[in-house]
Design a protein around this ligand. Structure first.
Ligand code: ATP
Length: 468
């Protein structure tokens, strides 16, 4: 197959196109839709579950499988209320809120210039004389609930606003049972909840989301070294999974942005259609968290080194990422449209196709098996090929509609390879193997298919968008 020219050298992606594709192909839809929706919460459909699941397993792979100094944890969402006193969330996990007495809407005071106003012609809150904004006041982002059946006498509890505290309060347990000593890490993936004042931009900022956080405990004098180690590692994770490096950057926090206990924080930022925005925060948190929990709980949260006979509170390096935000970044980076070039007769020549150029390891479905026509024994053979492949990888069988339509559908969900069974397959046991990105089609023996797909899946991959 010949070359493909791009419909445009520029990036064609917009947030609206991503939202539409996610809805059309069943990745992600607004939650409670039949009741009119509920602000900024989303449900993940079949392909969305598979895609986000792959993002999370790649994170686990990097944390657990590819190194031996990190262990896993899954702590409870509901924790003792004192946890949030010790962590500082009860007093300080707030955003500045302003009310507009004219339109009745509420806004984050530090985002006014980026937010739409409740009334025209004013574009942003506070822009016209009619806007009547109150002064800013602190609004705590934690969702409150009650433990026990009686609201009045039950204990007030909070849905966790981050997964990290579940790690700190288990430091002693893990130290005892994991046979690890600093430097070592504890990693966790799970839901977090924040009553964001102005959520938005699809799944970029929602009130319920999944975090992927790791706390790396180190001897105090090694903290800067490990901070730099994790900056490099985390950037590599994104680029190895295909994010374009020119759309990714590290931004060090200014002094006035730093939390009082942090001696360094850098954000991994991605160039979304809404501009450069945080994907992940990497912080050198010192001994703040363990010291606070030791003080509030009365437990000793420290490490005794039997060799040096030294006792110390480890310092913590924290890479804190969002699974939903990362999924959005991978979707945005993968989205592409192109006019397929070539003489008449080539598959789809002259048509514009939409394609998700996802890294094969992230793609929800790895291979689609398609009979060319729905007769002459082709569906039966194709189904047999599909059954063999699905034992090894996420596969799909599709016999409905024209072959062109079926390819387009797979392109839109990012399936990297298509196997087509045709009349020749029944004669000589070969099939065509189509590549999503290049549209190259190779004839290959059915017996060699699985090994070839495994080989391709393990090979390094780079987005063709980078070659433009
Ligand atoms: P932001 O400045 O965007 O509010 P943050 O600095 O408060 O984020 P952290 O507390 O560092 O975020 O959380 C770590 C990661 O969790 C973020 O980098 C992001 O990927 C994810 N995250 C945080 N809040 C949300 C949210 N409301 N919706 C989706 N993901 C989120």
């Amino acid at each position: 197959m010949g070359a493909i020219e791009d419909s445009s050298a520029a990036d064609v992606v917009t947030m609206d196109k991503i939202v539409a594709l996610c809805k059309r192909r069943g990745f992600i839809f607004p939650s409670s839709e039949i009741y009119g929706g509920v602000g900024s919460t989303y449900d993940f459909g079949h392909y969305g579950v598979l895609l986000k699941g792959n993002v999370k397993s790649e994170w686990w792979r990097a944390m657990l499988q590819e190194r031996d100094d990190i262990v896993a944890l899954d702590s409870a969402i509901l924790q003792h209320p004192r946890v949030w006193e010790a962590s500082g969330h009860l007093a300080g996990f707030t955003d500045p809120l302003v009310d507009c007495k004219t339109c009745g809407q509420r806004f984050r005071a530090d985002h006014l210039a980026d937010l739409p106003c409740g009334r025209k012609p004013s574009k942003h809150p506070g822009e016209t004389d009619e806007c009547d904004l109150t002064g800013a006041r602190d609004f705590n982002l934690m969702f409150e609930t009650t433990i026990g059946p009686v609201k009045e006498s039950g204990a007030t509890a909070y849905l966790r606003p981050e997964t990290a505290q579940g790690i700190f309060i288990n430091f002693k347990n893990v130290l005892q049972f994991s046979r690890k000593k600093p430097p070592f890490g504890i990693a966790q993936i799970g839901k977090s909840f924040r009553n964001e004042i102005t959520p938005g931009n699809f799944i970029f900022r929602t009130r319920e989301f999944e975090q992927m956080e790791m706390e790396f405990f180190v001897p105090p004098n090694e903290s800067q070294k490990w901070f730099e180690h994790w900056l490099t590692e985390r950037m590599l994770w994104y680029t190895e999974l295909g994010l374009r490096s020119d759309h990714l950057r590290l931004r060090a926090h200014d002094r006035d942005e730093l939390s009082h206990y942090s001696s360094g924080t850098s954000d991994v930022e991605y160039l979304f259609p809404i501009g450069w925005s945080e994907l992940e925060g990497i912080a050198n948190r010192g001994d703040f968290d363990l010291t606070q929990h030791a003080q509030f709980s009365g437990e000793k949260l420290e490490y005794f080194d039997p060799q040096t006979k030294e006792r110390y509170v480890p310092h913590v390096i924290e890479p804190a990422a969002g699974a939903d935000r990362a999924t959005l970044a991978f979707l945005v980076d993968a989205y592409d449209e192109e006019v397929v070039q070539g003489e008449d007769g080539r598959e789809g020549a002259g048509e514009t196709r939409t394609v998700l150029r996802l890294h094969p390891r992230l793609a929800p479905v790895k291979v689609a098996v398609l009979p060319l026509v729905k007769k002459d024994g082709q569906p039966e053979l194709a189904h047999k090929v599909y059954e063999d492949l699905r034992a090894r990888m996420q596969a799909e069988y599709d016999e409905g509609g024209s072959i062109g339509k079926r390819y387009r559908r797979q392109d839109e969900i990012g399936t990297p390879w298509g196997v087509t069974v045709d009349h020749q397959s029944l004669d000589d046991g070969t099939v065509t193997l189509r590549d999503r990105d290049s549209l190259a089609q190779d004839r290959i023996a059915i017996d060699d298919l699985e090994a070839e797909l495994q080989r391709r899946l393990a090979a390094p991959w780079q987005t063709p968008k980078l070659k433009r």
